[in-house]
Design a protein around this ligand. Structure first.
Ligand code: ADP
Ligand code: ZN
Ligand code: MG
Length: 490
């Protein structure tokens, strides 16, 4: 039976996905010259004879870029190629003035690594086939309403790493989890700002489908123009459906490159792949092979920060946090750091985690701030939580105190004292207020006595209002019940 007929008869299909991810390294200068790499400069402001590809110039390897690539390769558990050299990949394109791209075709700096992801409570290992260091090309610019193409070479020569996975990913959700984990890992390593919208993280997704359980790979489509992680998820979902319905109709999936159109939510063909793309890579003779001493590799390995996965695990084990809490606190490195510093200052872990994840993140996100923009120190967090724990302020008042702290950086104790926010927990004072409220609300008192439990809530609210939220709510409840007797009674 032909493969096509067999594919059409299958009732269930599975997706196979592999990524080629480019990450722009956040070095100050380009890979082979001293031009700056900052984003958003006027066109061609960051160019020199080397990155413009003038004949007779000599490239000078950026050691920092090699170190960053090494960090990434180590973090992904790769075997390290200690002899760093480059190959020229030849092709002609207006944004590539040398007519070749410097890359590592024959000896990528990293091989055989892995990244573990978690999806729906299950862990999965995505194998990293290789990771290499290369230079970026420039940009072709088409101005609306104008003929011709403009060339901006600011990006030409900016260092990139390319990470190539094995086709180990089997759903759009896993693809999202993979890219999120990879992105967070790069952030923790401090080697890139990994912004998809600015192009410092670029993912090309390869996707095919096959009858479920089959061991043969189907023909793959490469999807380009993916500008956000959720866009990747949508594009893959679309593409998987498209391929499955082709197979169901007995048709073939053409191996090609397709472009994702985010506006119309579909992919369309860009160019067909003929398998024969040949860049005729040759060893570059100008950059002298750069040898990474074993002691250097080990030093860089030792300096690697704790990576997100390990941190999530540690936060759960050391502080008894849930997997969810540990995930939220790890997803933002600064937030995780703040949490840990607060705990070191004596804050109780779980309540602090709750405060950071709800009030604090809410405040930060609403205003578009970074964690470091809020002037509350770890010691002040510990103090705020102590004031709640020892009953000096109610949780409700604590929210007000938090707002004042966030705006001014003042100490919580000072705010509480100067604004008279101390909780009223003295039964004598509260009893007087309770009596006043009961006298003023005979209708509610009657309702409550007739069995309407809800009337009690109203009365509690009145006492809280009288005290501007400072009364201890538990005590208010207790005093009201004492004064009213049981519902339905008397
Ligand atoms: P090519 O020969 O087109 O360059 P490669 O074998 O080098 O293909 O793989 C490029 C990327 O495509 C890798 O990320 C790999 O995991 C992925 N890939 C390879 N084959 C498939 C397939 N059949 N389905 C999905 N992804 C695939
Ligand atoms: Zn330059
Ligand atoms: Mg390939």
């Amino acid at each position: 039976m032909s493969a096509v007929r067999e594919e059409a008869r299958a009732t269930e299909y599975e997706a196979v996905i592999g990524f080629e991810v480019h990450v722009e390294l956040a070095t100050a200068t380009k890979l082979f010259c001293l031009c700056p790499t900052t984003f958003g400069a006027p066109p061609n402001a960051h160019t020199c004879p080397i990155c413009l590809g003038h004949p007779g110039t000599l490239p000078l390897l950026n050691e920092r870029a090699v170190e960053y690539a090494l960090r990434a390769a180590l973090a992904l558990g790769c075997e390290i190629e200690r002899r760093v050299h480059f190959d020229r990949k030849h092709y002609f394109y207006p944004d590539l003035p040398k007519a070749y791209q410097m890359s590592q075709v024959h000896a990528p700096i990293g091989r055989n690594g892995a990244l573990t992801i978690e999806v729906g409570g299950r862990t999965k290992v995505v194998r990293i086939r290789e990771m290499h260091l290369e230079e970026d090309a420039g940009k072709s610019v088409h101005l609306p309403g104008e003929a011709g193409t403009l060339i901006d070479l600011n990006r030409a020569g900016v260092p990139l790493i390319e990470i190539v996975t094995e086709p180990d990913i089997s759903s759009p959700e896993e693809a999202r989890a993979f890219l999120e984990e990879l992105r967070l890992t790069m952030l923790y390593l401090g080697i890139s700002d990994v912004r998809m919208e600015e192009g410092s993280l670029r993912a090309d997704a390869n996707v095919s489908v096959r009858p479920k359980g089959s061991s043969v790979l189907g023909s793959k489509v490469e999807v380009k123009n993916l500008n956000s992680i959720s866009g990747v998820e949508r594009a893959l979902a679309y593409e998987i459906e498209r391929q499955i319905s082709l197979l169901r109709r007995g048709e073939r999936v053409v191996s090609e490159t397709r472009r994702w159109d985010e506006g119309r939510r579909l992919t369309f063909p860009m160019r067909q792949k003929f398998g024969g793309e040949d860049y005729r890579p040759i060893h570059d003779p100008e950059v002298v092979p750069y040898v990474l001493e074993e002691s250097y590799v080990e030093r860089v390995r030792a300096q690697l920060l704790e990576l997100p996965q390990k941190r999530r695990k540690r936060l759960q084990e050391a502080y008894g946090l849930s997997a969810y809490d540990a995930g939220v606190l790890t997803a933002n490195r600064e937030l995780g750091d703040l949490f840990e510093a607060g705990v070191r200052e004596g804050a109780p872990p779980k309540p602090l985690a709750n405060w950071l994840m709800s009030e604090f993140l809410g405040y930060v996100n609403e205003r578009g701030l970074a964690v470091r923009d809020v002037p509350i120190t770890p010691r002040q967090w510990a103090e705020l939580l102590a004031l709640i724990e020892n009953g000096t302020i109610s949780t409700k008042i604590a929210k007000t105190v938090f707002q004042r702290m966030a705006e001014s950086g003042r100490d919580p104790r000072e705010i509480v004292e100067s604004e008279g926010l101390v909780q009223i927990a003295d039964p004598k004072t509260l009893r007087e207020i309770v009596d006043r409220v009961l006298a003023a609300n005979p209708k509610s008192v009657e309702d409550y006595r007739k069995g309407k439990e809800k009337a009690l809530g109203f009365l509690v609210g009145q006492v809280m209002r009288e005290t501007r939220g400072k009364a201890n709510p538990k005590l208010v409840n207790q005093l009201l019940r004492e004064a009213l007797g049981e519902p339905g009674g008397a």
